[in-house]
Write a protein that binds this ligand. Sequence first.
Ligand SMILES: Cc1cc2nc3c(=O)[nH]c(=O)nc-3n(C[C@H](O)[C@H](O)[C@H](O)COP(=O)(O)OP(=O)(O)OC[C@H]3O[C@@H](n4cnc5c(N)ncnc54)[C@H](O)[C@@H]3O)c2cc1C
Ligand code: FES
Length: 369
Amino acid sequence: MYTILITVAIITGITTSLAILLTLADAYIADYGEKKIIINQEKEFIIDGGSSLLSSLVSQNIFIPSACGGKGSCGYCKCKINSGGGPVLVTELSYLTKDDLKNDIRLSCQVKVKNDIAIEIPNELFNVKRYEATVETLEDLTNKIKLIRLKITSNDPSTIEFKAGQYIQLTAPPYGNNSEEVYRAYSIASATKDIHYINLLIGYVERGIVTTYVHKHLSQGNSLTFTGPYGDFYLQNTDSEIILVAVGTGMAPILSILYELLEERSPRKTTFFFGARTKSDLFMLEEMEMFEKELPNFKFVPTLSRPTEEDNWQGNIGRVTNAIENLIDKGDSTREAYLCGGTSMINSTVEVLLEKGMQEHLIYYDKFD
Ligand SMILES: Cc1cc2nc3c(=O)[nH]c(=O)nc-3n(C[C@H](O)[C@H](O)[C@H](O)COP(=O)(O)OP(=O)(O)OC[C@H]3O[C@@H](n4cnc5c(N)ncnc54)[C@H](O)[C@@H]3O)c2cc1C
Ligand code: FES
């Protein structure tokens, strides 16, 4: 028994060492030479082979969405590879559906450019740019959420064009024990006409790299970079009734959508269900009053899940889904919904909205986790 254990330990040790050696050799010794990336059969770039497709594209100022910074843990960086991508890797499998695999969709952060490679990406991604900015204001909205207003300082591009609801990727520089740049997705909370600035609402996540940087290390006047805009979650140009649902920082893209409706003086019937735990977790209340005054058919419905006695709360109590169940009629299948927040809130809200007769393809959402 003892001999078997020793043999297994030796074999495991040898295979692990070989795997580490191969990885190091691939990273530091392998020279793949120059390789060609062909995009949408029309654009071509020559790059030094060996890096991930995602970072090779970034080196050419082409930015594919990536909420995890290339770690293979968000599934956002999918792109179609027509040739040269090599076999699908184990690290991609949990994010690729059967349809993805059938259609040659891959995770661009996991695919290394070792051959000439032909890919397809949506044309909108050519509009994604890298911006330099300074922190104009940094304000506590609650004890866990900060509003950051960034002023764009780069000369080219010096303005940002985006659709209400889209997001950017903010880069935190190395700090503390974190030795590399890290980027994360944040929804734009400001109006689309505000082209020299963007507002973000950033919640504190315990031990989170970027949120700790923003909450504990960032100050007014500091410089930052971001890329964007990204995303297919944005206000659709129709006349339909709108249901908006958010919790916490999920209010960010909803604010931008409300500014857009305000800009259009939209008569669309719009109800915004916002969930928080206690009264101290509510914010932007003056802004909501302003929208209620200026938009003819807008109603703000805050809902507290755990109001305290001191809150003396007279409004809705429970989860946002309870408020939707109580206040939304069954019927009108042309209504659109825009939801933002964590996966469990979004999944349960979609269920309730479907029960209210809404069509699945008219329920748009961005999951923040
Ligand atoms: C499209 C999109 C838009 C987004 N918009 C916003 C926004 O407007 N405002 C905003 O604050 N966030 C937003 N997020 C979330 C944001 O991108 C980050 O995931 C979040 O800020 C945490 O980043 P971090 O680097 O601090 O944490 P990380 O270092 O990535 O995570 C550290 C640890 O915390 C856990 N964790 C990560 N996020 C959460 C969370 N939300 N709740 C609980 N645990 C978590 C992780 O599993 C990990 O264990 C958005 C995400 C997406 C995909
Ligand atoms: S960048 Fe997150 S999975 Fe590729």
